[in-house]
Design a protein around this ligand. Structure first.
Ligand code: NAP
Length: 243
């Protein structure tokens, strides 16, 4: 039985896919989860779930992140867990990539975690403990055709994780990173059967991952059992990164 001595978590991108699964698993472990998404409409998917508190915030907007943090501090006090999960992709080969596509992806995937982490860190330092987990991607380590913007943002998250882990280790705060392979969510629903099969051929376990595969690891990384793990990147990809 994993022991999680934590009370309050912020999970960005909690309305769908991986973030929704993380929110549900943490909430089942008696953690109050503030689950973030961009609109009231998308947050309806988690309305009424026990221990889950939906909150509308655009993490790429600094003011919106400040509103989130003051709401959380007023209502819950300390934050023990931060999961920087929300992410988008706007794929294009670099020759055709618009500046707006580059900036939007960097804004959500890299600047968003920066704004939120910087604010929550102060709270965690006062609390004298904390677990931060950032969601990267194997695109961030290996690169991927048509994903220059996304890969740059996810590679950035990886380096951000290691730097922050070194900065805050003496404060009893751990910072880790998960690099998923292909996980069955809305994010990959646009892939054609041929492209899907192409990926499957490259995955040693011959199947796509599920959001629970990521959520289980998050729970472990936020538990007492993981208190000596920091600055690490965990690949959850069916062995895809071995190729
Ligand atoms: P998803 O199903 O597309 O869900 C994305 C989530 O992020 C939604 O809850 C969305 O909220 C939220 N979001 C998007 N922009 C936001 C913003 N500006 N502010 C706040 N929330 C925002 O994605 P997923 O597949 O679960 O992916 C989760 C994370 O894993 C992402 O960082 C992704 O890059 C990473 N990842 C996924 C895969 C995969 O195969 N699925 C592989 C590698 C890495 P709304 O509902 O309001 O849009």
């Amino acid at each position: 039985m994993i022991k999680v001595d934590r009370k309050t978590a912020i999970v960005t991108g909690g309305s769908r896919g991986i973030g929704k699964e993380i929110s549900i698993l943490l909430s089942k472990n008696n953690i109050d989860v503030i689950a973030i998404a961009t609109s009231e409409e998308s947050l309806k998917s988690i309305e009424g779930l026990e221990n889950i508190h939906p909150f509308c915030c655009d993490i790429s907007n600094e003011e919106s992140v400040e509103n989130l943090c003051s709401f959380v501090e007023k209502k819950f006090g300390y934050v023990d867990i931060l999961i920087n999960n929300a992410g988008i992709h706007m794929d294009n080969i670099l020759l055709r990539m618009k500046s707006s596509e580059w900036h939007k992806v960097i804004d959500v995937n890299l600047n968003g975690p920066f704004y939120l982490t910087r604010l929550i860190l102060k709270n965690m330092i006062k609390n004298k403990k904390g677990s931060i987990v950032n969601i990267s991607s194997i695109s961030g380590t290996d690169g991927n055709k048509g994903q220059g913007n996304y890969a740059a943002s996810k590679g950035g998250i990886l380096a951000f994780t290691k730097s922050l882990a070194k900065e805050v280790a003496r404060r009893n705060i751990t910072v880790n990173c998960i690099a998923p392979g292909l996980i069955e969510t809305d994010m990959i629903s646009h892939l054609s059967d041929t492209v899907r099969q192409g990926y499957l051929d490259k995955i040693p376990l011959k199947k796509l991952g599920k959001p629970t595969d990521i959520a289980n690891m998050i729970l472990f990384l936020c538990s007492d059992e993981a208190s000596y793990i920091t600055g690490q990147t965990f690949y959850i990809d069916g062995g895809m990164s071995l190729n």
